[in-house]
Design a protein around this ligand. Structure first.
Ligand SMILES: Nc1nc2c(ncn2[C@@H]2O[C@H](COP(=O)(O)OP(=O)(O)OP(=O)(O)O)[C@@H](O)[C@H]2O)c(=O)[nH]1
Length: 166
């Protein structure tokens, strides 16, 4: 079965969920924290509608390249589908993920501006100090955080430290 996304060459969702499951187990075993980022492009549909699907594809490939070039080799980057991307940052605290993602944000903004693509990014980044029960719970927490940005004003990064349900 394929483990990469045809368009961008990143991990696909299937492969990403396997890696996320392994990261949860590793973090439990070695008592590490890890961080998980959920990234959704804002207003991507308008790119397809205004300059065409092929340019839309070009933008998605460019996003993948920005993430690959600005993050660590040990970070696991995936395209989950459509205009949604995700990253696992193994053994990475909130402070560390803030500085790691700042670099990626700058690179993404620069690339989009250079190509005159009028999109931005809604991002949720969770650091698991208490480990999630499973993949589903981890993704739900990161997805909800991203949606809190999307439903507010978009174009922002929300950070959260997960310490279990209050
Ligand atoms: N070019 C291209 N477009 C895709 C691909 N996969 C999904 N899409 C398009 O991505 C768009 C995603 O639309 P929405 O989820 O409404 O995203 P959006 O316009 O970014 O909306 P917001 O997230 O609310 O800002 C749809 O128009 C899909 O057709 C792809 O592989 N290539």
């Amino acid at each position: 079965m394929a483990s990469t996304d045809n368009l961008t060459g990143l991990s696909n969702s299937r492969s990403f969920y396997l890696d996320l499951g392994n990261e949860i187990l590793r973090s439990i075993r070695y008592k590490h924290v890890f961080s998980l980022s959920y990234i959704d492009i804002d207003n991507f549909k308008s790119i397809n509608d205004s300059i065409g699907h092929l340019k839309g594809d070009e933008l998605l490939i460019s996003v993948a390249r920005c993430l690959i070039s600005s993050l660590r080799k040990t970070d696991i980057i995936a395209r989950l589908g459509g205009d949604e991307f995700a990253v696992i940052f193994p053994e990475t605290s909130q402070e560390e993920v803030k500085s790691a993602f700042a670099k990626a944000s700058e690179e993404l903004k620069y690339r989009m501006r250079k190509n005159k693509w009028q999109v931005s990014f809604s991002v949720g980044i969770v650091t698991f100090e208490t480990l999630p029960m499973d993949i589903k719970e981890a993704m739900k927490i990161a997805d909800e955080l991203m949606y809190s940005v999307k439903n507010n004003k978009k174009n922002d990064v929300a950070f959260k430290v997960w310490q279990g349900k209050a």
